[in-house]
Design a protein around this ligand. Structure first.
Ligand SMILES: NC(=O)C1=CN([C@@H]2O[C@H](COP(=O)(O)OP(=O)(O)OC[C@H]3O[C@@H](n4cnc5c(N)ncnc54)[C@H](OP(=O)(O)O)[C@@H]3O)[C@@H](O)[C@H]2O)C=CC1
Ligand SMILES: O=C(O)CCC(=O)C(=O)O
Ligand SMILES: [Mg+2]
Length: 419
């Protein structure tokens, strides 16, 4: 018997569980929760499910099957649970309990209104790694000359930084109180317009940095990557972004035995699995954004803070063809919730128009994470073949010579036809 109020647990299928060493135990018929998402979520999420089901059926010939379980967040949650319930407690319980899940995008209003549900989910479940691989698919139209040189994996810190939403509006009692405290007790004299300033707080911790950088370096080891770059703005924000850089380097030396190169700060260590050197280096965020355009081949794994990671994700996605095919995952040591890099693209909502590729590739990451590599590989090859067939959604069609534009669901079907 389910103890959920509105979540319908599928009659068949069972939970994915986690061993003490954090490895997954994945049954052949797992129950996977999904959040449909706001805006274009209604378009892309059903297509993602159809493509994944087709890949799993093809790869395992009926021996494996996903039982999808809808859980609610965002506008749909307010329709199901009541007008003010944007992120029901039972959604959080289900995402945690069922270990692996996938979500569509959720709307966050600008300037006021509710705080980001996406951020709330990451915080509540402590999904501290935002993992966003950026790779080039043959045939994708790109604004740069050599998009195939972009092959990076972003590890974005997902739980702290200015992104955590600790801020107060201009002229509010709280902002005024904090400004008075800063001026009266902390010796701050440089708030230019204290009467009319909104204020935000940017927490960046040693633990938060270390757990993220540790994952990034381990990923470089496991996946035979040549370097890890810590991207920060530590020249200006010395004790937050500068701290991130310093704690990252210190961790590389302390836990992975990295030695300074030419007196540092860059350092390197030998990959215990391959014997090759892994260089740990850093870049200041503004310079990094021009480096990824001019010298992308020199960067492989990126470890960065929350807001930088947000900007870098969309910028890098553009280099390989746009956020229509930019996947991602939010992960703790045990729980993972997969989601596209893009948002709800409201002007296209409900039009069966946008590219479902980002959410499908997020599902591909999910299948790989579950160890269902055959199904994941099928999705990758179907994506590549679909793009090469030039039957693509508007975002690619408008940049491709000789393309035939298809709808969101049409692109899903083209993928299935190529499996
Ligand atoms: N994780 C999440 O749930 C996220 C949620 N958001 C939220 O989404 C809302 C809208 O944000 P906005 O800044 O407009 O960013 P979006 O990512 O939603 O859209 C920006 C532009 O990106 C392109 N785009 C987005 N999705 C697709 C797709 N599936 N296929 C092809 N192109 C796509 C479109 O470009 P074009 O106009 O050129 O066609 C679109 O206008 C906000 O409330 C924001 O907070 C934003 C990011 C992540
Ligand atoms: O939460 C949001 O609305 C935006 C989040 C976002 O842009 C991201 O995580 O990349
Ligand atoms: Mg973003």
């Amino acid at each position: 018997m389910s103890s959920f109020q509105h979540i319908q647990v599928p009659a068949q299928g069972s939970k994915i569980t986690v061993n003490a060493d954090m490895s997954l135990v994945v049954p052949d018929e797992p129950v996977i929760p999904f959040i449909e998402g706001d805006g274009t979520g209604v378009d892309i999420t059903p297509v993602m499910i159809k493509v994944v089901d087709a890949a799993v059926a093809k790869a395992y010939d009926g021996r494996r099957r996903i039982h999808w379980m809808e859980v609610y967040a965002g506008e749909k949650a307010t329709r199901v649970y009541g007008p003010d319930v944007w992120l029901p407690e039972e959604t959080l319980v289900a995402l945690k309990d069922y270990v692996v899940s996938i979500k569509g995008p959720l709307t966050t209003p600008v300037g006021g209104g509710i705080r980001s549900l996406n951020v709330a989910l990451r915080q509540e479940l402590d999904l501290y790694v935002c993992l966003r691989p950026v790779q080039y698919f043959r045939g994708v139209p790109s604004p740069v000359k050599a998009p195939e040189k972009v092959n990076m994996v972003i590890f974005r810190e997902n739980s702290e930084d200015i992104y955590a939403g600790i801020e107060w509006p201009a002229r509010s009692e709280q902002a005024q109180k904090l400004i008075r405290f800063l001026q009266g007790e902390m010796g701050v004299t440089k708030i230019r317009f204290p009467q009319t300033s909104g204020v935000g707080v940017k927490p960046v911790s040693v633990e938060g940095t270390e757990r993220l950088v540790r994952k990034a370096i381990q990923y470089a080891i496991d996946n035979d990557k040549p370097n890890v770059t810590l991207v920060h703005k530590g020249n200006i924000m010395k004790y937050t972004e500068g701290g991130f850089r310093d704690w990252g380097y210190a961790l590389a030396q302390r836990e992975f035995g990295a030695e300074p190169i030419d007196g540092g700060p860059w350092c390197k260590f030998r990959n215990p699995k391959t014997g090759k050197d892994i260089v740990v280096k850093d870049a200041i965020a503004d310079a990094f954004l021009q480096q990824i355009l001019l010298r992308p081949a020199e960067y492989s794994v990126i470890a960065t803070l929350n807001l930088n990671g947000d900007y870098i994700s969309d910028a890098l996605a553009a280099q390989v063809g746009g956020i229509g095919i930019a996947p991602g995952a939010n992960m703790s040591d045990s729980v993972a919730c997969f989601e596209a890099t893009h948002g709800t693209a409201p002007k296209y909502a409900g039009k069966d128009y946008v590219n479902p590729g980002s959410e499908i590739l997020s599902a591909e990451m999910m299948l790989r994470h579950m160890g269902w590599v055959e199904a994941a590989d099928l999705i990758l090859s179907a994506m590549e073949k679909a793009i090469l067939s030039k039957r693509v959604t508007y975002d690619f069609a408008r940049l491709m010579e000789g393309a035939k534009q298809v709808s969101c669901s049409g692109f899903g079907q083209v993928m299935i036809d190529h499996m």
